[in-house]
Design a protein around this ligand. Structure first.
Ligand code: MLT
Ligand code: ZN
Length: 478
């Protein structure tokens, strides 16, 4: 039976204010609204209060208070989840705990968890180092959110995702206890690697308040090309060739469909396409190295020449300057927001073994077009990782509400089902949140689900931390 809170809302607010201060505890509807609505404006929740603690101790005290009084807490970083993972539901009985005030660099290789990703990258660069995580929402997402969702992005191919980039974390447990592994060790085989439990758990097991992150040497040369390929099969072959020729220097290899680029250009008419003609499929390739620019440019040229000779490439533009390279990347990174401006697409975030990814795109596209014949096929993503953002968008003549209500469930089930059948994942890097929660039942074995529930029960026995996220309700499995 769920235990009911005995503290009155007024007492709760007084206690929260005593911990974080008056200004850092919001309870007016208008003040709370930016924290209770998700990034894509598809989930509109309610909260008892929004608190913005400034220290780990304050986070701990808030969680202990809420735990004693059986009040749920929804942790939030930059509120950029694409799966509704960072906002409360409409019940209005949870406290949102936003971590944006905890944004100091403690040491150059150790950042507090909610510093924006952009600030973390800038701090590393000032010290002549690279923090290599690169995602489109860099200016607003926060390191804590990146950790809690195990964020990936455009440089995973070279550097790995957040799990690979983290040496240690500090996390506050649902009852207020503090777990810490901030020693910055590259080797530590003393039993279970507990930090990995919290990374990727979307704030359901603890709130990450600090982290030690890995830094890399800053590359001294980069070379970027926008390439029209024959089809996704050719893209995969070109990737194989690029890795053979350039090895570790292949830093990013992004696939972009024609409709994805058109969408961006329609909403940003002042930007121009890198190539004179329209193409069905393109890739954005970035090489980087610690060597000299001429050698890297020659390596990129060789990849393109061999790709042309092998019939994989239809056309290509090489960035002649940093400004060109930034313009190419801006087109790629705008795809996500361009969809939001159209009212949101059907978000499928698939990963598939590289050997099957091109066939998957063809099969999934055929299935979706049978169900929603006029949908715009906004397909793009991190081809180098076998990660496809497969996002059918409403036809221009239909309203977003009509398209999404008619097709969201059936289309995402079909696409996710196909991915699952082919040993793929239904969430490569966006997490589960609330949007894909019940879909876990389709893709996890009973043993996996049972273990996940047991871990949740062990760390959060009262089920107060980010409730109703990630894990399907146990009853839903029967
Ligand atoms: C991206 O690769 O642009 C991000 O994962 C965001 C998105 O797909 O919407
Ligand atoms: Zn992505």
């Amino acid at each position: 039976m769920t235990e009911v809170s005995k503290i009155s809302p007024t007492q709760l607010l007084e206690s929260l204010r005593a911990i974080v201060g008056d200004k850092a505890c919001l309870d007016a509807l208008a003040d709370m609204q930016p924290f209770t609505t998700d990034y894509r404006k598809l989930y509109h929740g309610k909260a008892l209060a929004v608190v913005l603690p400034a220290t780990t101790e304050q986070v701990s005290e808030v969680l202990a208070l809420c735990s004693r009084n059986h009040i749920s807490v929804v942790p939030q970083g930059g509120n950029t989840s694409l799966m509704g993972g960072a906002v409360p539901d409409a019940a209005g009985d949870a406290v949102v705990l936003n971590l944006r005030r905890m944004n100091q660099v403690q040491e150059i290789d150790s950042v507090n968890d909610t510093m924006t990703l952009q600030a973390a990258r800038a701090a590393a660069e000032t010290a002549g180092r690279l923090f290599p995580l690169r995602i489109g929402s860099e200016g607003s997402c926060q390191i804590g959110g990146n950790l809690s969702t195990n964020a990936g992005g455009t440089a995973v191919l070279r550097y790995g995702n957040m799990r690979d980039l983290t040496l240690g974390i500090e996390a506050v447990l649902p009852d207020g206890r503090i777990y810490s592994s901030l020693r910055g060790l590259r080797k530590d085989n003393t039993g279970y690697d507990l930090k990995q439990l919290f990374i990727g758990s979307e704030g359901t097991l603890g709130i990450i308040t600090s982290a030690v992150l890995k830094l890399m040497p800053l590359p001294s040369a980069t070379a970027v090309a926008w390439v029209a390929v024959k089809d996704p099969h050719a893209a995969v072959q070109l990737l194989t060739e690029a890795k053979r020729i350039a090895g570790q220097a292949v830093t990013a290899f992004e696939l972009i469909s024609g409709p994805a680029l058109s969408l961006v250009l329609e909403s940003m008419p002042q930007w121009s396409a890198p190539l004179p003609d329209a193409h069905d499929w393109m890739v954005l390739i970035e090489l980087s190295s610690g060597g000299d620019a001429q050698t890297l440019d020659a390596t990129l040229m060789r990849i393109l020449e061999e790709g042309m000779a092998g019939g994989l490439i239809n056309d290509a533009a090489i960035a002649a300057s940093i400004a060109d390279a930034q313009a190419f990347w801006r087109l790629r990174e705008e795809i996500s927001d361009a969809q939001t401006r159209e009212g949101g697409s059907i978000k499928c975030d698939i990963s598939i073994p590289l050997s099957k990814v091109a066939d998957f795109i063809a099969q999934a596209s055929a299935q979706v077009l049978e169900m929603a014949p006029d949908a715009r096929m906004v397909i793009y993503g991190h081809m180098g990782d076998g990660n496809v953002h497969f996002n059918p968008l409403r036809p221009k003549h239909a309203s977003a509400a009509q398209f999404l209500s008619e097709h969201y469930v059936s289309v995402s089930r079909a696409v996710d089902g196909l991915a699952h059948q082919q040993n793929g994942s239904i969430s490569a890097e966006h997490g589960i949140g609330v949007a894909k929660r019940d879909d876990l039942l389709l893709c996890k074995t009973p043993v996996e689900l049972e273990l996940m529930w047991q871990i949740k029960q062990a760390l959060d026995p009262k089920n107060l931390l980010n409730p109703a996220k990630v894990l399907p309700a146990p009853s839903a499995a029967s």
